[in-house]
Design a protein around this ligand. Structure first.
Ligand code: SF4
Length: 407
């Protein structure tokens, strides 16, 4: 087991919020809060269950990950490749690169773990050998060399301490560099979505920083920062070991300075009650300020159990925001608006209104929007509103189609 000091941490954690104690979210609690929708009995039961689990994890200090990991080797030949295509309608075949089981960032809303961070973390020391195999099979000599994105990493943070202090991240990037040296006409493209801050990208292995390696991949990779819309103090609680927003934007600036495509952002999760005009303008103004011209918005989705915890955190910050959060998600007519693993999304009409408000602001800033097929279907968004490939060349998660050179 390897213990480490996190690159970033925040003064506030879930355990030291002044006067905060987990309570029971049930019908009486919602009524007292003034919530103006009446959830079904099933939803109320899930809220109660979630409150109990939250209270136990709070008491046992199991809410945020311990800062340690195990190191193991994989058998590269026996790993089954994972294709990133949750909606069944993704435009390209994208292969996932997930060198860590678990994640040290510990987001309380995590889409992968539903906010559960009790498990030990496992990092795969020789994962680059699997990446070598993947590149060889799909874009190497003798393969059909079809256009593929390689997504580093959808199920964990690519640049966390477990991949940086061990050199795992650097070795994966070097596999891509070597692949392109051997196969200059390869149609492999590296898609990185990451909450990394500037300090993460400056960590070196073998004399080269992550940023140095990015620079050697320019034209073949994109770095999409992943940033949430919520109050800063709330972000510190919800993303306990992530870089602050300013550091993530600095990472974007450093990439651009090196000529690496970093002009699209994954904007997620969006905490809907925070979306006032003023907050939208200041958030997107900051993104535009570091050269971001496209974003993929994603509203918070959470299983109902997890929502009872997120609501209470938000309530510690502001009771009015907590009330609105429940109203956005818990009306009975919204019960079937669920993404993978029963994660509930905000009410569809409200989602459309929030999206419109963001787009009014970002159109003004000259930014384009890309959106995934599932959201498009759920919200009835036509191609005329948001094209499949938008004017800046982005689609879905923010894949840049121009990286292939002939669009
Ligand atoms: S960085 Fe991503 S994978 Fe890691 S805990 Fe946060 S949401 Fe989950």
């Amino acid at each position: 087991m390897i213990d480490f000091e996190p690159v970033y941490s925040h003064r506030s954690t879930v355990y030291n919020l002044l006067g905060f104690e987990p309570g029971k979210v049930d019908g009486a609690y919602l009524k007292a809060l003034g919530v103006g929708v009446e959830p079904s009995e099933e939803t109320l039961e899930a809220l109660r269950r979630g409150s109990e689990v939250f209270e136990r994890r709070f008491r046992e200090h199991l809410l945020i990950p311990r800062q340690r990991f195990c190191l193991e080797d994989i058998a590269p030949a026996s790993v089954t490749p994972v294709i990133h295509n949750y909606t069944g309608r993704c435009p390209t075949l994208t292969y996932e690169i997930n060198p860590v089981k678990g994640c040290t960032v510990g987001c309380q809303y995590c889409l992968v773990s539903d906010g559960v961070h009790e498990q030990e973390l496992m990092a795969y020391d020789n994962y680059h050998l699997y990446v070598r195999r993947l590149l060889e099979e799909h874009n190497g000599p003798g393969s059909d060399n079809a256009r593929h994105y390689y997504y580093f990493s959808p199920k964990t943070e690519a640049f966390q301490e477990a991949t940086l202090y061990t050199g795992i991240a650097h070795r994966i990037l070097r596999e891509f560099i070597e692949h392109f040296r051997r196969c200059p006409h390869s149609n492999a493209r590296l898609f990185i979505a990451s909450k990394a801050g500037a300090k993460h990208l400056q960590i070196a292995d073998g004399g080269e920083t992550v940023l140095d390696l990015f620079a050697r991949l320019k034209g073949r990779m994109q770095f999409n920062t992943s940033v949430s819309i919520m109050p800063d103090a709330f972000r510190d609680i919800l993303e306990p070991y992530a870089a602050p927003l300013s550091e993530r934007l600095e990472a974007v600036r450093l990439c651009s300075e090196k000529g690496v495509a970093a002009d699209s952002a994954l904007v997620q999760p969006i905490i809907t009650p925070w979306l006032t005009r003023e907050h939208i303008e200041s958030f997107f103004g900051a993104l535009r300020g570091v050269g971001i011209i496209n974003y993929k918005p994603e509203f918070l989705t959470a299983c109902v159990e997890n929502l009872s915890m997120l609501g209470q955190y938000l309530g510690w910050f502001d009771k009015g925001l907590e009330r609105q959060l429940y109203e956005d998600y818990l009306m009975p007519s919204n019960e079937s608006h669920r993404k993978q693993r029963a994660r509930i999304a905000p009410d569809k009409a409200r989602s459309r209104a929030y999206l419109k408000a963001m787009m009014e602001c970002t159109d003004h800033l000259g930014m384009s929007v890309s959106i995934c097929y599932w959201v498009r279907k759920q919200l009835g968004i036509e191609e005329s509103q948001i094209p499949f490939i938008n004017r800046n060349g982005f689609q879905c998660l923010g894949y840049q189609s121009k990286l292939f050179g002939d669009v």
